[in-house]
Design a protein. Structure first.
Length: 415
């Protein structure tokens, strides 16, 4: 054990924190890394240009153009991030061999065998998402469409995704979180808000009516407040999603870019945890809108992590990341976001919650502020560095040398 870590540990222990326990707890906490940062949400099925009111901006060279490149890039990130990782796939990342072309409603587990092999070899769990955008049948409404044929297509797609998620869980021995998000919405003031939501509800009921193992597939539903071109109305609003999830026994998913700018997910979590056994998160960084910037070690990320830890909910909150920045090195973007989420969890594991709670109950709000502020300059980084060393991943910014080297050797050679 190095001297710097020993000294930092002693500082935290003076305040009653159990540093070794914190490191052990963090080691087991999974963060699910979204595959779509590596190729700007393009996918492999060539079904259509990015749509659904989300946008990737930037043109940094070296984006992954096929599954082998995407897997290589993910491997590079895995070498740089400590702790337990999962990979979150979208259905559009199905792997078709020999010119095979299968539409989204007909995808099967066989189209994901290579991903399962990849995950098995690296001891990773897989999470999954139907891809209900970037497709000719997603130009208007999807699961809430007035066109029955369109709705049926996406219902079939989601049911296919449940079967694929179950295959992932069976093969990998860990439940698969399967998140449904639809972009459905309207640019301007609707003539009818209710009927699309009713159709969405009925479509979801149909999706969930197939038999599947609920221990293996954790279906969740992601809400959204607006999208580009859907500024006035989204069908899958927060209220819709919370009520649907609660009444149907599935998980709600909160993406912290999907609320009005002054709302924070850190404040919502405790309320959700009172009513749901499990809650899923997309941790992202909205800058003025749902911009999906890379996750930083910022106040809200730390506050989300603190809420997970202080409410004793590390096994009830399923954390995945969701950002896509094409203006910087994509491997670095992933690494920054993943390391920051892990860092925020460690920071949260080193807080004196009992003391803070007691101070609040006694009305000593000054003490809460004093502790919160002083803890900001505790020797946290020495504990984090030690955690990186323990995990045999680079300490501090040295990981960027590896990424630069990978950029020269691999990314720069891509067309
Ligand atoms: C690609 C993702 O599924 C997408 O980002 C979704 O989760 C979302 O957040 C849309 O704004
Ligand atoms: Mn999201």
């Amino acid at each position: 054990m190095n001297q710097i870590f020993k000294e930092a540990k002693a500082v935290y222990e003076k305040l009653g924190m159990k540093v070794d326990e914190a490191l052990k707890t963090l080691q087991a906490f999974p963060v699910s890394m979204h595959c779509w940062q590596g190729d700007d949400v393009v996918g492999f099925d060539g079904a259509g240009a990015l749509s659904g009111g989300i946008q990737t901006t930037g043109n940094y060279p070296g984006k992954a153009r096929n599954y082998q490149e995407l897997m290589d890039d993910i491997d590079e990130v895995l070498k740089l991030v400590p702790g337990t990782k999962r990979i979150n796939l979208h259905a559009s990342y199905a792997i078709f061999e020999d010119g095979e072309k299968v539409d989204r409603n007909a995808i099967e587990p066989q189209h994901f065998v290579k991903w399962v092999e990849f995950a098995k070899a690296r001891n990773l769990g897989l999470d999954f998402n139907p891809t209900i955008f970037s497709h000719p049948l997603a130009e208007g409404l999807t699961l809430s469409s007035p066109d029955q044929k369109v709705r049926e297509f996406w219902i079939e797609h989601c049911q296919a995704c449940i079967r694929i998620a179950e295959y992932f869980a069976s093969e990998l021995g860990t439940p698969c979180l399967m998140n449904i998000w639809i972009p459905d919405g309207l640019k301007d003031i609707p003539g009818d808000r209710l009927t699309p939501r009713k159709r969405f509800m009925e479509s979801l009921d149909q999706i969930l009516s197939i038999h599947y193992d609920k221990e293996k597939v954790l279906v969740c539903l992601e809400s959204k407040v607006f999208g580009i071109g859907m500024e006035s109305y989204t069908v899958g609003s927060s209220e819709f999603t919370m009520n649907y999830a609660k009444t149907r026994g599935i998980l709600p998913l909160m993406d912290n870019g999907h609320y009005h700018p002054t709302e924070v997910v850190s404040d919502k979590l405790s309320a959700m945890l009172l009513f749901h056994d499990k809650v899923a998160l997309h941790v992202t960084r909205p800058v003025r809108w749902d911009s999906d910037h890379v996750v930083l070690f910022d106040d809200e990320t730390k506050e989300i992590a603190k809420e997970i830890v202080r409410n004793n909910a590390m096994d009830r909150v399923l954390v995945g990341l969701d950002f896509f920045d094409a203006s910087i090195n994509r491997v670095a973007a992933w690494t920054i976001g993943m390391r920051n989420m892990q860092k925020a969890m460690l920071y949260a594991l080193l807080q004196p919650y009992d003391m803070l709670k007691e101070a609040q109950d006694q009305g000593d709000f000054t003490k809460i502020m004093v502790l919160n502020e002083e803890l900001k300059t505790y020797p946290f980084n020495d504990i984090w560095d030690y955690y990186c060393e323990m995990n045999h991943v680079p300490v501090r910014e040295t990981w960027y040398d590896e990424v630069k080297n990978y950029e020269t050797e691999v990314l720069a050679k891509r067309g």
